[in-house]
Ligand binder design. Structure first.
Ligand SMILES: Cc1cc2nc3c(=O)[nH]c(=O)nc-3n(C[C@H](O)[C@H](O)[C@H](O)COP(=O)(O)OP(=O)(O)OC[C@H]3O[C@@H](n4cnc5c(N)ncnc54)[C@H](O)[C@@H]3O)c2cc1C
Length: 321
């Protein structure tokens, strides 16, 4: 265990003679540089456990009132400028193994979706190509039911292993997650540590071709190299509007709209961008402005798909005399 600044009071239980988890504990860890948007404050305490057992033991020791927030590749979150209270968990090396398992793959939650797609191609397993276009981790993919090009995690997940907030390691069948659009029902504050994905035998060359097509389609349609978070808003339910979120945003005149350093992408207007010096507050205000304008223009209320997490920055105005 390493620590660079004093541990918060509630975390003293993680640094005693009797218990010290293996892994890395970093108080006041800057999260902005770890996110796709490159915005946001610090984690009160960031924990990168060495193994699922270290994570489970840590959560067993931690008082239950301390909030726990797992993060993956941070490709679907705006971390607010005031940071995240409690324990933020990010899985790394001990959670990045990928193993062939019959007609599927078992992947650690820290594996990038793209890496899993590549492994599946090498192993001659089709059905996981859609992961090549999603820049998140397997943990985030399960939690968000990530999907693209006609497939999603709900279609391929066999089981998932989670560490629950009270420190139990559970294997849950996919059917128990009650998947919906970009949603899975996991036990509250639990951390996905491993997942088994089903595939189907196919020639690697055909799988690779499909992966290349998906990558090319992404490049053409989305600002994939920008500081962004993927689709900002969900598409409305068909009974509310037949138009997609980007069409409503375009019709409301929001393409290219700016708030501070945040901008609605000119290339794909359901993406918002940090053009360089945006704050999380700029991004959130831009999104809320888009929601208002689309509502004024079309009477449809867009809903955020990107998760906004943590606290807004607090402004200290000084003591009164
Ligand atoms: C350019 C771009 C294109 C994108 N295209 C797509 C797309 O086509 N389809 C799509 O579905 N998404 C897309 N996204 C969004 C994003 O990549 C996915 O939602 C992805 O699954 C998020 O994974 P992550 O690891 O980055 O999760 P994060 O952004 O870190 O977290 C997202 C949520 O998952 C939870 N979470 C993360 N890890 C864990 C874990 N181990 N255990 C429990 N909960 C966890 C977090 O608490 C949070 O609520 C895109 C994003 C970008 C930037």
């Amino acid at each position: 265990m390493t620590a660079t600044a004093p541990l918060p009071q509630w975390a003293q239980v993680l640094d005693t003679e009797g218990f010290r988890p293996r892994g890395r504990l970093t108080p006041q860890a800057a999260l902005g540089p770890r996110t796709w948007f490159r915005v946001g404050g610090a984690a009160e305490l960031l924990f990168q456990p060495a193994s699922a057992e270290d994570l489970a033991q840590t959560l067993r020791h931690l008082p239950l009132e301390v909030p726990v927030m797992p993060l993956g590749a941070c490709s679907n979150v705006i971390v607010r400028d005031g940071g995240i209270d409690g324990l933020v968990i990010r899985l790394a090396r001990g959670f990045s193994a990928i193993m062939r398992d019959g007609d599927g793959l078992v992947a650690g939650a820290a594996c990038l979706d793209m890496t899993v797609a590549e492994h599946a191609a090498e192993a001659g397993l089709s059905g996981l190509e859609f992961l090549a276009g999603i820049p998140g981790s397997i943990g985030g993919a399960v939690a968000m039911n990530a999907g693209a090009y006609g497939s999603d995690m709900a279609a391929v997940l066999d089981w998932v292993e989670v560490v629950t907030r009270d420190g139990r390691l559970l294997r849950l069948p996919a059917a128990s997650l009650d998947f919906g659009y970009r949603h899975a029902t996991l036990p509250p504050q639990s951390v996905v540590v491993r997942a088994r994905l089903n595939g189907m035998a196919a020639p690697p060359a055909i799988i690779r071709q499909r992966i290349d097509e998906i990558r090319a389609a992404r490049e053409a349609a989305q600002p994939v190299r920008a500081r962004t978070g993927g689709s900002t808003f969900r598409n409305p339910d068909p009974d509310e509007s037949q138009r997609k979120a980007w069409e409503l945003i375009d019709a409301a005149g929001c393409r290219g709209l700016r708030v501070g350093g945040a901008q609605v992408s000119e290339k794909h207007c359901n993406f918002i961008l940090n053009t360089g010096d945006a704050t999380a507050a700029d991004l959130e205000e831009l999104g809320d402005t888009v929601i208002r304008r689309v509502h004024d223009h079309t009477a449809v209320t867009l809903r955020w798909e990107i998760k906004r997490i943590g606290r807004p920055a607090t402004h200290v105005t000084g003591e009164s005399a």
